[in-house]
Design a protein around this ligand. Structure first.
Ligand code: SAH
Ligand code: SF4
Ligand code: F3S
Length: 442
C-alpha cells in the first residue's frame, strides 16, 4: 500500500522549528512520511507565529491559497497550530476566515496532536482544541529531527517577563523548566547518535530553574561534562538575568561556544522602561563588559527594535549609539508591530510606519558596517567550521564557526557534513565569508 504523506509549514522562532520536529515525529508515529511538495501531501500542517503582523499575514496568505486544493482533494487534511491559534479569539478568527481548516490546535495541545488527527479521521468533522492554560511538561514526544548536525533541545517553556510589546507570554503561558536529568539524558542520547551541535532553547534561558534548584549555569556544566566532541549553544538570554556564573560556565567549559545572543531592543532608557525590560542602556553595556571580561572573545548578537510607541529621533539615536558601542557580531532588526492584548498596543503615540522604515534603514546600515569590519578581520585566518550542508547554487559547502559566523568553502566532500573542518578564509567579500578546506598536512 502506498504510504500516506504529510508536509509541515513552519513560521517563527527556533522553538517553533523544534516543535515542528515533534509534530513530524507524531505524524511518523501514525505511519505518515514527510514529503517536500505540499500539493502531493495527504496532510498539511501549519505551525504559526504571531510575534509580528507580517508573520501572521504570511501564514494567512498560505493557508488561504489552499482553498482550491482542498476542494479538489476532499481527503486532504489541513491543520493549523502554533502561536496564532493561541491568541485570544485567534482560533475562532482562523475558523471563520478559513472554514476549510480541519484541525485547529493550540500551543498547549501540541503533544495531543496525534489523538486530534485520529479524531478528525474517524469522526470526519473538524476538530478544535485550544487549551487556555499550560499543562504539565510532557516528556517523550517522538521527534523527527531535520537539522543535523545541530539538534534543538528545549530546556524551558513559556515566559513571565511581559515585555510590553510582546505576545509570547500570552500564547506560550507561564515559565516552566524541564528537569535537568531529562535534559541531560536527551543531550547524551543526541551525542551518542552523532549530533555535533546542541542548541538549548527557551524564551529566557537564564531563568531556567530545574527541580531541586538547578540553575542555568549548573545545567550548562552538566551538559558540558558529557563525553564526546560537540558544540553547545543556547538561546535566548535576557540581559537582566544573565549572570557572572553563566559567563564563568562558558569560560571554563570545553564545549560551550563563545557566542551569546543578548537582545537589547533599544538604547533609550525611557523606551526600555516603557518596554518593561528592567535594565537601562548603561546596565546593558555593563553586562557586555562583564561578559567580555570573563569570556574575552565572546561574540554577542542581538535583537533591536525601532518605532516603539512614542520613540523620538533622540531615543532612536540612543539606540544607534548603543549599537555602535556594542559592536554586535550580528543583529536582527525589527519594526515594532502592535500586538492585540499587549500593554504597548494600547499606548498613545504609535510611530508612523514611514518614520519607522527610515529608522530601520539607518540601523541596518550601521550594523552592516560593523558586520563588514568583523568579516574583514577573518581574512587570511583559519576557522574551524562545523559543516552543515552543501549549497547547490554556489557549489560550496557551508557551516558556522564557534562564533556563529557562516562560512562557505570549497574543497569539501559529501562526508564532511557533520564534521569539523579547518577552513582558510579568503579575503572577505562584503559580509559573507568564503574559504577553502585545508587538507591534513597543509
Ligand atoms: N524571548 C526572546 C525573544 C522572543 S521574540 C527574548 O526575549 O529575547 C524575538 C524578537 O522579536 C524580540 O527580541 C524582539 O526584538 C522582537 N519582537 C517581539 N515582539 C515584537 C513586536 N511586537 N514587534 C516587533 N518586534 C517584536
Ligand atoms: Fe517576549 Fe520579553 Fe518574554 Fe522575550 S522576554 S519572550 S521579548 S516577553
Ligand atoms: Fe513566534 Fe511563537 Fe516563537 S509568537 S517567535 S513562534 S514563541
Amino acid at each position: 500500500m502506498e504510504r500516506k504523506t504529510f508536509h509541515i509549514v513552519t513560521y517563527g522562532c527556533q522553538m517553533n522549528v523544534h516543535e515542528s520536529e515533534k509534530l513530524a515525529g507524531i505524524m511518523r508515529g501514525l505511519g505518515y512520511e514527510p514529503i517536500e511538495d505540499e500539493r502531493q501531501a495527504d496532510a498539511i500542517i501549519f505551525n504559526t507565529c504571531c510575534i509580528r503582523e507580517n508573520a501572521e499575514e504570511r501564514a494567512r496568505g498560505n493557508i488561504g491559497a489552499l482553498k482550491k486544493l482542498k476542494k479538489e482533494k476532499k481527503d486532504l487534511i489541513i491543520a493549523v497550530g502554533g502561536c496564532m491559534t493561541q491568541q485570544k479569539g485567534g482560533a475562532e478568527r482562523l475558523k471563520k476566515t478559513f472554514p476549510f481548516i480541519d484541525i485547529v490546535f493550540g500551543t498547549h495541545n501540541l503533544e495531543q496532536f496525534g489523538e486530534l488527527f485520529l479524531k478528525r479521521l474517524n469522526e470526519k468533522k473538524s476538530v478544535l482544541a485550544v487549551e487556555e492554560k499550560e499543562g504539565a511538561i510532557s516528556e517523550g514526544t517522538p521527534k523527527l529531527r531535520s537539522s543535523y548536525p545541530n539538534a534543538w533541545v528545549n530546556i524551558m517553556y513559556g515566559c513571565d517577563n511581559f515585555c510590553s510589546y510582546c505576545i509570547v507570554p500570552y500564547v506560550r503561558g507561564r515559565e516552566r523548566s524541564r528537569r535537568a536529568e531529562d535534559v541531560v539524558r536527551e543531550c547524551e542520547n543526541l551525542v551518542a547518535e552523532g549530533y555535533k551541535e546542541i542548541t538549548l532553547l527557551g524564551q529566557n534561558v537564564n531563568s531556567y530553574r530545574g527541580e531541586g534548584g538547578v540553575s542555568f549555569a549548573d545545567l550548562l556544566r552538566k551538559i558540558d561534562a558529557i563525553e564526546g566532541r560537540f558544540r553547545l549553544r543556547f538561546m535566548t538570554n535576557h540581559p537582566k538575568d544573565l549572570s557572572e556564573d553563566v559567563a564563568r560556565a562558558i569560560a571554563e567549559s570545553e564545549k560551550i561556544c563563545h557566542a551569546v545572543h543578548l537582545p537589547v531592543q533599544s538604547g533609550s532608557d525611557r523606551i526600555l522602561k516603557l518596554m518593561n525590560r528592567r535594565y537601562t542602556g548603561g546596565q546593558y553595556l555593563e553586562k557586555l563588559d562583564m561578559l567580555k571580561k570573563i569570556v574575552p572573545d565572546c561574540a554577542v548578537t542581538s535583537d533591536v527594535m525601532v518605532g516603539f510607541p512614542t520613540e523620538t529621533e533622540e531615543d532612536f539615536e540612543a539606540t544607534l549609539e548603543l549599537v555602535k558601542r556594542a559592536r554586535f557580531h550580528g543583529a536582527f532588526t525589527f519594526v515594532y508591530s502592535p500586538r492585540r492584548g499587549t500593554a504597548a498596543a494600547a499606548m498613545e503615540g504609535q510611530v508612523p510606519e514611514e518614520v519607522s522604515k527610515q529608522r530601520i534603514i539607518r540601523l541596518i546600515e550601521l550594523q552592516n558596517a560593523v558586520n563588514r569590519e568583523i568579516s574583514e578581520s577573518y581574512a587570511g585566518k583559519t576557522a574551524e567550521v562545523l559543516c552543515e550542508g552543501y549549497d547547490r547554487e554556489k557549489s560550496l559547502f557551508f557551516g558556522r564557526d564557534e562564533y556563529g559566523k557562516t562560512i562557505c568553502f570549497d574543497g569539501g566532500e559529501e562526508t564532511d557534513i557533520g564534521n569539523f573542518c579547518d577552513v582558510k578564509i579568503h579575503a572577505a567579500n562584503g559580509i559573507s565569508l568564503t574559504g577553502s578546506k585545508m587538507r591534513k598536512g597543509n
